[in-house]
Design a protein around this ligand. Structure first.
Ligand code: UDP
Length: 422
């Protein structure tokens, strides 16, 4: 029996809109600012459709060649609206195009003669869209932040011009939305300490596909990737952004006691575009690798596709997530689902996902000797790696599967729609 209880048992499935203005759920992940938010929206959308919801995911068209609609599975599609130029625009420059996005969304609804009783907005830009829509039609607004300006700006040297607007909208959204979906208790605490004591917050974590990860042994994965069985593999995957702390990882590996061991391999995966922000960061990291004489030990495979990623996680002895801050950090649970322990910065959602000395280790952000010692501890002890890897997999199965996460979201949606229509 489907766990979905339709709101009107004889009517059509209930429509919901997921709004993700700058994080297109239909694009390839790993470049052009595409990361966890894109994955979250796509996975939530598809999982909700499997539970019986009719899901429309709205995003901004960012290339002239992009299709206006992409059908992902029955009941779940991405709809690309025109708002500003049909080219890549950095998230800090999108705000001025949002009124057009709202007009286009209202126009789409008119064209399709439909309304959404619930919209789930993602990131502060979309929260503004949701609050605007609410002025035009009755609806429930759920919101997930994905990143909090107040935390981000405390950790970057250059504060963008949009910061004041963003901070004000983030506070307004917490107080005005029907419900905020925080992805970890740590994120909820940060909303309370940095935004407002008012507003309704529920914690529902991010999830991962437990069927896709963990389906192969380390030996099978290494054979597929051409990595020798005796190699000591340290793995990073994610966007090239200074706040991801890749520099900390490289410097930690340079201090490892296995540094002169021929079998040591550092794999730094993730896409980048020459001449853009992520390209500059990749150049900077490659420069540090050269300076520290680590080039012979280091590979940069570039963007790793959906199909290849499970092999990399499974082949690694340890994944490292050295971010300066992370509201959730999908990479950690993907690695854990692959039975590979995680060494992560002791920040944000990583404090929720990684259990120290059970599924990996937590180290203060930017603590190079600390990361180095942690990497050595796992590389030196394969039985510890196995034990923590198995516990990590178990933790993901019980707490972070997309099916479980989508069911929690589905129940929350139903509860709020029923309250609105009562
Ligand atoms: N990712 C990927 N290929 C890449 C780089 C990243 O598939 O080359 C995916 C990664 O598997 C994860 C997401 O991008 O699902 C990154 O999410 P996370 O929450 O770790 O970081 P964010 O991008 O949100 O800062």
């Amino acid at each position: 029996m489907s766990p979905f209880t339709p709101i009107s048992p004889h009517g059509p499935p209930t429509k919901v809109a997921l709004i993700s203005v700058h994080g297109d759920p239909a694009v390839e992940i790993g470049a052009e600012e595409a990361g966890g938010q894109n994955v979250y929206v796509r996975q939530v959308g598809e999982a909700l459709a499997h539970l019986g919801w009719q899901v429309d995911m709205f995003t901004r068209k960012a290339h002239p060649q992009q299709a206006e609609q992409v059908q992902h599975c029955p009941g779940c599609r991405t709809i690309r609206l025109t708002a500003g130029p049909t080219e890549f625009v950095s998230r800090d420059e999108i705000f001025e195009y949002l009124p057009q996005f709202v007009r286009e969304l209202l126009g789409f609804q008119q064209q399709e003669s439909c309304q959404y009783p619930l919209v789930h907005t993602n990131y502060w830009l979309s929260s503004w869209v949701g609050m605007e829509l609410k002025q035009h039609q009755p609806l429930v607004q759920m919101h997930t932040y994905h990143s909090l300006g107040a935390i981000k700006y405390a950790n970057v040297p250059n504060i963008p011009a949009i910061a004041t607007t963003r901070l004000a909208i983030e506070k307004q959204c917490l107080e005005a939305a029907d419900c905020i979906v925080a992805t970890s208790p740590q994120e909820e605490a940060h909303m309370r300490s940095h935004l407002s004591s008012r507003g309704n917050i529920q914690v529902i974590p991010c999830g991962t596909d437990i069927g896709r990860y963990g389906a192969m042994t380390r030996a099978e994965a290494r054979q597929k990737l051409g990595i020798p069985l005796d190699a000591k593999v340290v793995f990073y995957i994610g966007r090239f952004d200074p706040r991801k702390g890749i520099e900390t990882l490289v410097r930690a590996v340079a201090q490892s006691k296995f540094r002169t061991d021929d079998t040591l391999q550092l794999i730094i995966g993730g896409g980048s575009r020459p001449g853009e922000k992520d390209g500059w960061e990749r150049d900077r990291i490659e420069g540090i690798v050269q300076d520290l004489d680590l080039a012979d030990h280091t590979q940069f495979p570039g963007r790793i596709s959906n199909d290849a990623l499970p092999y990399y996680y499974a082949a690694a002895d340890v994944s490292v997530v050295p971010s300066h801050y992370e509201p959730f950090g999908l990479v950690a649970i993907e690695s854990m689902a692959s039975r590979t322990p995680v060494i992560a910065s002791d920040v944000g959602g990583l404090q929720f996902t990684v259990l120290p000395h059970e599924t990996g280790l937590l180290i203060p952000a930017k603590d190079i000797p600390g990361f180095s010692r942690a990497i050595d501890q796992i590389l030196a002890d394969p039985s510890l790696r196995e034990q923590w890897g198995l516990a990590a997999r178990k933790r993901v199965e019980t707490t972070f599967s997309w099916q479980g996460v989508a069911q929690q979201l589905s129940q929350l949606y139903q509860q709020h729609i029923l309250q609105m229509t009562a």
